[in-house]
Design a protein around this ligand. Structure first.
Ligand SMILES: Nc1ncnc2c1ncn2[C@@H]1O[C@H](COP(=O)(O)OP(=O)(O)O)[C@@H](O)[C@H]1O
Ligand SMILES: [Mg+2]
Length: 261
């Protein structure tokens, strides 16, 4: 089949999906925000191949809060990187609003990472030569949305309690403050999906708890779905679902970290 015809078929399938979504029984859009099917990711490991994810399945609804617990090295970061389009799987599908992100053109994938996804990492990943305000503005500038970027970044910094620190550089901020800047930055494009990888892993316990509470509050107010990876069951309070990652990236409902508990 020609490339053109294959693409045409893809489009028709897309339309069918569109239709079944619109005609959902209750009239509610039931398409998951993210659907992960049979995801496989391997890394070379000496002579052997490490199958970190070996058939991962996950479905996340819009606005849903999902925590992924699991021992260090099990594959949590690997999954988050794939979800965010920062890396590609060996096989399997990640569909965002019903469309496989593997099928996105390079510019569409960049737009997905920039506008649909917000990232919060363990080590903050702020740009050290830019101020807090500039760091929060960055995704809007990269996404060519300079209009109102300054105003929005200021409002977000205010939301995380850092209005007074706008012009400080990351090196002049504490760990907790840096992570609050990163949280503000993650919200700057109003993403539909937040990916948080051990967001309090580099903070002391009390600061970590405060940052987590603030993060939950900001997430709730903006209505983004969140997938948070952590090895710490104490952090999953208020999450809708707590999953435990088993070897091979298999996700199961957790028995230790109970949602709401
Ligand atoms: N780029 C890479 N190359 C080789 N092995 C990797 C790479 N990234 C991760 N791994 C390995 O994959 C496994 C899962 O890593 P990771 O996803 O970071 O786990 P977690 O976030 O749960 O601690 C680990 O054994 C790690 O050493
Ligand atoms: Mg990790």
């Amino acid at each position: 089949m020609s490339e053109e015809a294959t693409r045409g078929q893809g489009q028709r399938q897309g339309q069918d999906q569109e239709q079944s979504r619109v005609q959902g029984r209750s009239g509610v859009d039931t398409t998951p925000l993210i659907e992960v099917i049979d995801l496989v990711k391997t890394y070379p490991s000496g002579e052997k191949v490490l199958r970190v994810l070996d058939g991962t399945q996950l479905s996340i609804a819009a606005g849903e809060r999902v925590a992924v617990l699991g021992a260090s090295g099990v594959g949590k970061s690997t999954l988050l990187h794939l979800l965010g389009g920062l890396d590609r799987p060996d096989s399997g599908t990640i569909a965002f609003r019903g469309k496989s992100i593997a099928e996105l053109r390079e510019d569409e994938l960049a737009a997905y990472r920039n506008a649909e996804v917000g990232f919060v990492f363990q080590f903050f990943q702020l740009l050290s030569e830019f101020t807090a305000l500039e760091n929060v503005m960055m995704p809007m500038l990269i996404g060519r949305q300079p209009e109102g970027a300054h105003r929005r970044a200021s409002a977000l910094l205010d939301e995380v309690g850092l209005a007074e620190r706008s012009h400080h550089f990351p090196g002049q901020l504490s760990g907790g403050e840096r992570q609050r800047v990163a949280i503000a930055r993650s919200m700057s494009r109003d993403p539909s999906l937040l990916l948080a990888d051990e967001p309090t892993g580099n903070l002391d316990i009390a600061t970590g708890m405060r940052v987590m509470e603030l993060f939950s509050q900001v997430q709730g107010e903006h209505g983004a779905a969140i997938v948070m990876a952590t090895h710490n069951p104490a952090l999953v309070k208020g999450f809708d679902r707590v999953l435990e990652m088993q070897p091979g990236g298999i996700l199961q409902p957790s028995e230790t970290g109970l949602p709401g508990g």
